[in-house]
Design a binder for this molecule. Structure first.
Ligand code: CO
Ligand code: CO
Length: 365
C-alpha cells in the first residue's frame, strides 16, 4: 500500500496538539503529505487538513489536476475572480471560521495567512512546522529507495565531473557540465546549484562557481545533488590538479579520517551531536580545529537541508530510517579547502552509506 497520501498520520499528530487544522502551501510538507508537486507562486494554493473529517484543497483551476488523485473536495478559483470566495466556501464547509489553524512558519507567505484571516476573522494561527518535521525525520522504505537512487545518480555524475576537471576550465564551466550530466542521467532538477570551488575559493564552504580559471596546483571542491521523485542527493568530492602540495594531501587525509570517524559513530540511540563530535575530534587532534567552521551534516529528504542537524547541541537520538550527510571539511583562508560528503541512512545496527563513490583524492593534470 502506498504511504501517500499521509492524511491519517497528520490527523493523528494533530490530535496531540491544540490545532484544529493545518494549512499547507506548495513545498516539501505539502508534497510529503499528498504526493502533489506544485510550483510555488503568488497564486493562493492550500491543502487544509482538519483534525477530523476530509482534507480540502484550495487551488487555482489551472493546477487542479495535481490534486485530483487525492479524491478530496477541491475549491478551485479562476484568475479573473481571485481566491476569496472559494476560500470562504472552504472555511464554511469545513467549519474552520473560529478554529486554531496551524500554518507553516518557515514556508507560508504572510499574505497567505492574511487571506485565511480575511474569511475567518475568528481564527487563531500557530506555527505547525514541528508537526510535519516529526513525521518527516524518519524515512519509510519508499523514501529510502528514492534517496538511494538520488545518491547513486549524483555519485555517477560527480565521478564524470572528476574525470572532466582540468586546468583551463572555469569553475562555471565545470558547474554547467555537472548540471547537464545530472539531467542526462535522469535527475528531475538540481537539489541546489552545484558548487565548484577552486584554489583559494575552496576556503569558502559555500562559494558559488565563478569565472576563475582552474590552475595547476589547485584543489577543487565539487558538491552537487540530483533529485529523484522529489528526494535529494548531496555529495562532495575533491580533485587535486597536479602538482599536489603536501599541505593539500595532509588536509585531505585528515578530512577523510574525520568523515570515516563520523560515519562509524552513526547508530540508533546515539545523539546527533556525537556524530559531529566524532568527526570534529579527528580534525582537532590534527591541529585543524579552527578551520572546520560548520556542523558535520544535515538531514536529507524532500529538502536538501532538513532535520536532523548533525551539530553540537543537538541531543536528538538517532533512529533507524533517519537520513543525513556526514561532511566534515577544512578551510584555510588563502590556501584552499577540502570536504568529503556522504549520505547515510541509520539502520538497526549502524548505518548504510548511500553514496558509494570512491573517496580518494582524485589527482588530475
Ligand atoms: Co550537504
Ligand atoms: Co553538499
Amino acid at each position: 500500500m502506498s504511504p501517500v497520501p499521509r492524511f491519517e498520520r497528520v490527523q493523528q499528530a494533530l490530535r496531540e496538539t491544540e490545532l484544529d487544522a493545518i494549512a499547507l502551501v506548495p513545498g516539501p510538507n505539502l508534497t510529503y503529505v499528498s504526493g502533489a508537486r506544485l510550483h510555488r507562486s503568488e497564486r493562493l494554493n492550500l491543502l487544509v487538513i482538519p483534525r477530523e473529517g476530509s482534507p480540502r484543497v484550495l487551488c487555482p483551476l489551472l493546477e487542479a489536476a495535481a490534486y485530483r488523485h487525492l479524491g478530496v473536495p477541491l475549491h478551485t478559483w479562476r484568475d479573473e475572480e481571485g481566491p476569496h470566495s472559494a476560500l470562504q466556501q472552504l472555511v464554511a464547509e469545513a467549519g474552520l471560521a473560529r478554529a486554531v489553524w496551524g500554518v507553516e512558519y518557515a514556508n507560508a507567505y504572510y499574505g497567505e495567512v492574511l487571506a485565511i484571516q480575511e474569511v475567518a476573522p475568528g481564527a487563531r494561527f500557530q506555527p505547525a512546522d514541528e508537526v510535519l518535521t516529526r513525521l518527516r525525520v524518519v524515512k519509510d522504505a519508499d523514501e529510502i529507495v528514492a534517496l538511494r537512487r538520488a545518491a547513486e545518480l549524483t555519485g555517477r555524475v560527480v565521478l564524470e565531473a572528476v574525470e572532466a576537471v582540468r586546468p583551463g576550465l572555469t569553475e562555471r564551466e565545470v558547474a554547467a557540465m555537472i548540471q547537464v550530466a545530472l539531467l542526462k542521467h535522469g535527475s528531475e532538477g538540481m537539489a541546489f546549484s552545484p558548487l565548484v570551488a577552486s584554489g583559494p575559493n575552496a576556503a569558502d564552504p559555500h562559494a558559488l562557481p565563478s569565472n576563475r580559471v582552474l590552475q595547476p596546483g589547485d584543489i577543487v571542491i565539487l558538491d552537487a545533488g540530483g533529485v529523484v521523485e522529489g528526494y535529494q542527493g548531496d555529495i562532495t568530492r575533491c580533485v587535486a590538479l597536479k602538482p599536489v602540495s603536501d599541505e593539500v594531501r595532509q588536509m585531505y587525509a585528515v578530512v577523510s579520517r574525520a568523515a570515516e570517524a563520523g560515519r562509524a559513530a552513526v547508530r540508533p540511540g546515539v545523539a546527533a551531536q556525537d556524530v559531529d563530535r566524532a568527526a570534529r575530534q579527528v580534525i582537532e587532534e590534527a591541529g585543524y580545529g579552527d578551520y572546520f567552521i560548520h556542523r558535520t551534516g544535515h538531514g536529507l529528504g524532500l529538502q536538501v537541508h532538513e532535520p536532523p542537524y548533525i551539530a553540537e547541541g543537538n541531543t536528538q537520538k538517532l533512529e533507524p530510517g533517519m537520513v543525513f550527510t556526514v561532511e566534515p571539511g577544512i578551510y584555510i583562508p588563502g590556501v584552499g579547502g577540502v570536504r568529503v560528503e556522504d549520505v547515510v541512512v541509520v539502520t538497526e545496527q549502524g548505518c548504510d552509506v548511500l553514496t558509494n563513490v570512491s573517496r580518494s583524492l582524485f589527482e588530475r593534470e
